[in-house]
Design a protein around this ligand. Structure first.
Ligand SMILES: Cc1cc2nc3c(=O)[nH]c(=O)nc-3n(C[C@H](O)[C@H](O)[C@H](O)COP(=O)(O)OP(=O)(O)OC[C@H]3O[C@@H](n4cnc5c(N)ncnc54)[C@H](O)[C@@H]3O)c2cc1C
Length: 316
């Protein structure tokens, strides 16, 4: 590609951020990242409540195949990414969002820019955002969860490969409901920060104090099982929390407060795109897609996918 061309990246999750960093390393200057949210990081998500903190998306990180990347070395050197007492398991020192914030500090980011559609103009593509803004771009990378990227493409008037679109339409994600609890006293998790639950409505519980991200004790993130989350995803939080009450009462001996909930409609992929780590769906003007569904549904895989789509654009 011509290094003076403009590139737009939709989604400031870890895959979009790594796509941007890879392009920057190759001399591309005109890169803009857009995210529909007020923050950045996507599923690298941390929330404050009552002077404590919860990670309510990704819980821990493995560096399989990415530990050699300079950005990862930099995160470790700057104590943003910390190894836990479980060897090879890493967390964000100040919560998972801090990883995204550190990596994206020199990137050109537009928050609360939800991309609705794209159209072909005479020289470049025009992106239309929910806030009424219209911005032109020569190339586009969609790093939003694939269902959201497909919605954008289906509302758009750009020429894309229909067989490729069909091949990704059948991919699905699990929805996940999160419950953030402050309890009166600590519960016994054998001094581990993360514990998987083998039965009941929850699949895991994280102690955010032992994890080191909450300076206040007794802050727990509970991840509901795929089964519970799927059945109750459309219900309101009052209904959901009342169904969890009996189990929470046993776990916390009746002394707890639910401080917050979160719903991830696209939490972890059920199916994966197998042919490659990313996808180029239009070649008229470059439109590429990346994200964790193209690899393994995890942090390391999302990074590999972001790098992969950037490399596809660079050889255009
Ligand atoms: C509860 C939970 C627990 C997890 N636990 C782990 C774990 O322990 N270990 C692990 O490795 N992985 C875990 N994961 C998975 C991990 O979080 C993801 O693999 C990774 O963060 C995905 O990054 P991404 O960049 O592909 O997508 P995302 O982080 O989803 O980023 C996509 C971004 O696109 C934005 N976006 C969407 N639509 C638009 C639009 N129209 N316009 C603009 N922006 C848009 C979103 O706001 C979002 O910021 C977990 C995920 C969840 C939800």
């Amino acid at each position: 590609m011509n290094i003076d061309n403009s590139v737009s990246i939709v989604g400031c999750g870890i895959s979009g951020i790594f796509a941007a960093l890879e392009l920057k390393k190759s001399g591309i200057e005109n890169i803009k990242l857009f995210d529909k949210s007020r923050g950045l990081g996507g599923r690298l998500a941390t929330r404050r409540a009552n002077e404590g903190k919860f990670d309510h998306g990704i819980q821990y990180i493995r560096l399989d195949g990415i530990s050699h990347l300079p950005e990862i070395e930099d995160l470790i050197k700057n104590n943003i990414l910390i190894e836990t007492k479980v060897p090879d398991l890493f967390v964000g020192y100040d919560g998972m969002t801090s990883i995204a914030k550190f990596l994206a500090k020199d990137l050109d980011i537009y928050k609360e820019f939800k991309l609705l559609s794209i159209s072909d103009g005479p020289d470049s593509m025009e992106m239309s955002f929910e806030n009424g803004e219209k911005i032109n771009t020569d190339s586009l990378i969609l790093s939003s969860p694939i269902k959201q990227s497909i919605e954008i493409l289906e509302r758009s008037s750009v020429k894309i490969s229909q067989p490729k679109l069909e091949s990704i339409k059948k991919l699905e994600y699990y929805p996940t409901i999160i419950v953030m609890v402050e309890s009166e006293s600590p519960i016994n998790l054998n001094n581990e920060f993360f514990t998987e639950c083998s039965e009941g409505f929850f699949s895991s519980i994280t102690d955010n104090f032992i994890k080191g991200i909450s300076k206040k004790e007794n802050f727990y993130t509970l991840v509901c099982s795929h089964d519970f989350s799927s059945k109750n995803f459309e219900k309101d939080y009052d209904y959901i929390n009342s169904h969890l009450q009996a189990e929470l009462n046993i776990m916390f001996k009746g002394e707890y407060n639910i401080l917050s909930n979160h719903k991830w409609r696209y939490s972890t992929p059920k199916d994966f795109y197998l042919p490659d780590d990313s996808l180029q769906i239009s070649s008229n003007s470059f439109i590429g897609m990346c994200g964790d569904i193209f690899t393994n549904g995890k942090f390391d895989g999302a990074i590999k996918s972001g790098i992969s789509v950037a490399k596809k654009l660079l050889i255009e």
